[in-house]
Write a protein that binds this ligand. Structure first.
Ligand code: PBG
Length: 323
């Protein structure tokens, strides 16, 4: 017999569940990443990311209109240039692939907010995120000048938000100065402040052709073992003028999202990265997981941990699932 005066748990009827749900995913939370490649008539499937493609400019119209129609507020762009060189010069060309893509997207889907990834790894022939020293290491200070130029060229092309992803010391500050001087005081900076040196970026590096030709990114990206350091990284970027902070990857770093969201009032972005996407896809394709349920559960967990915004390759799928 159930003892008298003992509490019982809330009866979880469907409606009650709906009413007391603490975390809700909305289309408004989503950002969709797009890979844009120099060339014509390209809609190239990305092998390790089933359902994702590289598009040339002339093929962009349809997917961005679809994203806009689904009510997803923003896209983030990654460019794949034809030419790469040690200095990543293509990254800040007026007619570079991302610069042209921003214009094309604004043309096709004027409501869509365009975020641009500011980094050198897709543009350098060595695949590192900056200018190398003779010893083959990324020179932080030489790289700063270049990323400021890249960010300014994106803003000039019409980017709404710039997102430096190279984790250079002082990067946010030099970009803020360059934008302000260029008359772009209103363009916010979404800093990849807390970016772990993660093996979960594997499929992205295939997609964006940005694997380092030698070595790794452990010198400038964070050690997965650290969380206190994440707070320090976040603090530095906020002091330099970051308007959004990002934690990347997302699901393996929910504890990091939690502490950063508790310590900072800056809007917090989580990037559900390529490897997270591919794992779910692979398991679902094999019939080992229910894809839609796992997608929704993963996004709910990321938001519950403290994210305000989620960058995810599942954005269109999620928008279709919840509307
Ligand atoms: C760097 C960048 C990377 C990702 C986003 N921006 C790759 C890296 O740091 O190696 C990874 C995103 C993903 O895996 O989905 N430009």
């Amino acid at each position: 017999m159930f003892p008298e005066n003992r509490p019982r748990r809330l009866r979880r009827t469907k409606t009650i569940r709906r009413m007391v749900r603490e975390t809700k995913i909305s289309t408004d939370d989503l950002v969709y990443p797009l890979f844009i490649k120099e060339g014509k008539s390209i809609k190239e499937p990305i092998g390790a990311m089933p359902g994702q493609f590289r598009y040339s400019l002339d093929m962009l119209r349809e997917p961005v209109k679809e994203v806009e129609k689904l009510g997803i507020p923003a896209v983030i762009l990654f460019g794949i240039p034809l030419k790469k060189d040690p200095l990543g010069r293509e990254a800040y060309k007026k007619n570079g692939i991302v610069q042209k893509a921003v214009k094309a997207i604004k043309d096709a889907a004027p409501e869509l907010l365009v975020i641009t990834d500011v980094c050198m790894c897709e543009y350098t022939d060595h695949g590192h995120c900056g200018i190398l020293t003779e010893q083959g290491e990324v020179s932080n200070d030489d790289t700063l000048e270049v990323i400021a130029k890249i960010a300014l060229s994106h803003a000039n092309a019409g980017a709404d938000i710039v997102a430096p992803s190279g984790m250079m010391d002082g990067g946010v500050g030099v970009i803020r100065d360059a934008l302000d001087e260029g008359g772009f005081e209103q363009v916010p900076i979404m800093s990849y402040a807390i970016k772990y040196a993660s093996a979960f970026y594997g499929p992205f590096r295939e997609a964006a052709d940005s694997s380092p030709a030698f070595g790794d990114r452990k010198g400038y990206q964070m050690d997965p073992a650290n969380v206190r350091e994440a707070l320090r990284e976040a603090m530095l970027d906020v002091e330099e003028g970051a308007d959004f902070l990002m934690v990347k990857p997302a699901m393996p770093y929910l504890d990091v999202l939690r502490v950063v969201s508790e310590e900072f009032d800056t809007p917090l972005v989580a990037y559900q990265v390529s490897g997270e996407y591919s794992m779910i896809k692979a398991a679902a394709t094999n019939g080992w997981l229910d894809e839609d349920s796992v997608i929704m559960e993963s996004l709910t967990a990321i938001k519950r941990a403290g994210a305000d915004i989620i960058i995810t390759y599942f954005a269109p799928t999620v928008a279709r699932l919840i509307t």
